[in-house]
Design a protein around this ligand. Structure first.
Ligand SMILES: Nc1ncnc2c1ncn2[C@@H]1O[C@H](COP(=O)(O)OP(=O)(O)OP(=O)(O)O)[C@@H](O)[C@H]1O
Length: 311
């Protein structure tokens, strides 16, 4: 758990982070969103002491971060930045092995870890380990960047626009991979993003900042249904609100018994995806794929519309 208590950062007497307090539960993903210059990156960089706070306190698992040398702290905290930040003159293998080597892991353990991470990110060891960053696509570089941050098995990962440079398809894949890995390893992730859809897709909680202040820190659903003020409402997208709400839930939550015509929808679709399918196919109900022998179930347009307006 990360406890941020009244943290501020002043430059020339001006607070760019202004008395921010938040408690980030362990094993959750938090996205920090806000307008440009609102202090998101500064807040995040204070957590691993890339920037020293002016006042306030940050504790990680109960320990004040100022009690640990910055370089030691950063070995324990994974950090991913936009454009990956890989060392250009080092191979993929050496990039990923950086922190484990600093931690003096033995050679076999390091190789095992590099193999495991490349496999996790679907990069063939024999083909990729000896390549240099410039011999990779942008998406591959990005995945190696995340792999490197995970190498020392940190229980906290800080990510600053990690997927900003990726095309929409690779980006969606990278987001779902990250979510899977986070669930599997149980780490805590703090992520800065400008992409509101990304924030909603990935996060357990979203922090909204403006002019150095934290306006609201809450679950995505709460931000949509009970925004703290008009700025938050605008930030989470008034026009998109109903669709974002639908994207937070699966169709099983509103499925009902009964038949419907046409192609069956996969049971793991979100309500937003189901709505899109029904509108596109011009039906007012669709069957949901069921295991053999189970009674037929369906999702209807009217249930979806009701769910979109639920507070
Ligand atoms: N070293 C510095 N000296 C003076 N001002 C700084 C310094 N670093 C950042 N700032 C200012 O602090 C404010 C917050 O910057 P920060 O990078 O945290 O914003 P951000 O929310 O991450 O912005 P963006 O979304 O554009 O990346 C900005 O107004 C910036 O100009």
């Amino acid at each position: 758990m990360i406890e941020i208590d009244e943290i501020s950062k002043l430059y020339d007497g001006r607070a760019v982070v202004d008395r921010v307090s938040m408690q980030i539960p362990a094993s959750t993903i938090t996205a920090i969103v806000g307008t440009s210059g609102s202090g998101k990156t500064t807040l995040m960089r204070m957590v691993n002491r890339l920037i020293d706070q002016t006042s306030g306190q940050i504790k990680i698992n109960g320990q004040d971060i100022t009690g640990t040398q910055p370089h030691e702290l950063r070995r324990r905290i994974g950090y991913v930045i936009q454009g990956h930040g890989l060392f250009p003159h080092q191979t993929v293998y050496d990039n990923i092995a950086t922190v484990p080597r600093l931690l003096k892991w033995d050679r076999a353990k390091i190789e095992q870890k590099v193999r495991e991470l490349l496999a996790l990110f679907q990069l063939e060891f024999d083909s990729f380990a000896r390549r240099y960053p410039h011999e990779l696509s942008g998406g591959q570089q990005q995945r190696v960047g995340v792999a490197r941050a995970l190498a020392a098995e940190p229980d906290l990962l800080l990510m600053d626009e990690p997927f900003g440079a990726l095309d929409p398809i690779i980006r969606a894949k990278a987001q779902s991979d990250l979510r899977d890995i986070q669930r599997k390893l149980g780490m805590t992730i703090l992520l800065v993003t400008h992409d509101m859809d990304e924030a909603f897709r990935l996060s357990d909680r979203i922090a909204v900042m403006n002019a150095g202040k934290l306006l609201q820190y809450a679950e995505p659903r709460t931000l949509l249904t009970h925004p703290a003020d008009s700025f938050v409402a605008e930030m989470v997208g008034q026009a998109e609100r109903a669709f974002r709400l639908l994207s937070l839930n699966g169709i099983d939550a509103i499925a009902e018994d009964g038949q419907a015509a046409g192609a069956a929808l996969p049971a793991d679709l979100t309500q937003r995806e189901a709505l899109s399918d029904l509108l596109w196919s011009g039906r007012d109900a669709a069957p949901i794929a069921q295991p053999d022998g189970n009674a037929p179930r369906r999702v209807t347009l009217s249930r979806l519309l009701a769910a979109a307006a639920e507070r």
